[in-house]
Write a protein that binds this ligand. Structure first.
Ligand SMILES: [Fe+2]
Ligand SMILES: [Fe+2]
Length: 232
């Protein structure tokens, strides 16, 4: 059988074809959103991971997956991709950031003295929240409407306005990705200390969920939506 993924397949393309691969990548700490245009072979070599083993795992997953009911975002109308990003990821992110602000602050206030890393988490999260909130507004106000207008009218001006923002958005994605990496490091991969209270648990749980959702979110934009605009 011909394997669909090989060492030269880009990590972002793997997740586009096989969304469940994001779980494998998380396990191996492989970046598929901001670093999604790197060939998997190169990344595996760099991380000194077993190429054959990881590729076999991904190819087996692909062979056994049923993708009939999944929307193919590489082909769906651009308006639908944008709606999906806003409804699934932007709405969630705005809500969870507000919720987490209270949790992260409380955990730092109550346990910060005994667990000094909570100060780093608090600071990184505060930056992350500021970055992300601004970013979501910019996309929804200054970028997505031009994409929808371009699809409806085929206006080159609308397309150019959307394209002009891509580099800035990608840079912001990278900044957000770095902050999430930092938080993962500070929390020792979200490992809770013994006898952690419920707020502590919930804070780690929600931070890690935000990381997963942000990786999926950025993947859709960096590896699917933006390249489609560049090719349009
Ligand atoms: Fe977004
Ligand atoms: Fe974005």
């Amino acid at each position: 059988m011909n394997a669909i993924f090989n060492t030269s397949t880009k990590t972002g393309d793997i997740v586009t074809k096989l969304p469940a691969a994001s779980k494998v990548f998380k396990e191996y700490k492989i970046d598929f959103c901001c670093g999604g245009d790197r060939p998997i072979g190169e990344v595996l070599q760099e991380k000194k991971l077993n190429e054959a083993e990881v590729l076999e795992k991904l190819n087996d997953m692909y062979a056994n997956s049923t993708r009939t009911d999944e929307v193919q975002w590489e082909e769906a109308p651009l308006g639908q991709v944008v709606d999906h990003i806003v409804n699934k990821y932007h709405v969630y992110t705005s809500e969870v950031l507000a919720e987490l602000q209270a949790f992260v602050t409380k955990v730092y206030r109550v346990h910060g003295q005994d667990h000094p890393h909570l100060r780093d988490v608090y600071q990184a999260f505060t930056s992350l929240k500021g970055e992300m909130e601004q970013h979501l507004i910019d996309e929804e106000r200054d970028v997505f409407p031009h994409i929808v207008a371009f699809e409806e009218t085929k206006s080159e001006t609308e397309l150019a306005k959307a394209k002009a923002e891509i580099t800035k958005l990608e840079t912001e994605h990278e900044a957000v990705g770095d902050l999430l990496k930092n938080i993962r490091e500070y929390t020792n991969d979200y490992n809770l200390p013994p006898r952690a209270c419920n707020t502590y648990r919930l804070t780690y749980l929600k931070l890690e969920e935000l990381e997963t959702m942000t990786h999926e979110h950025v993947h859709l934009e960096n590896n699917i939506l933006f390249p489609r605009l560049m090719k349009a």
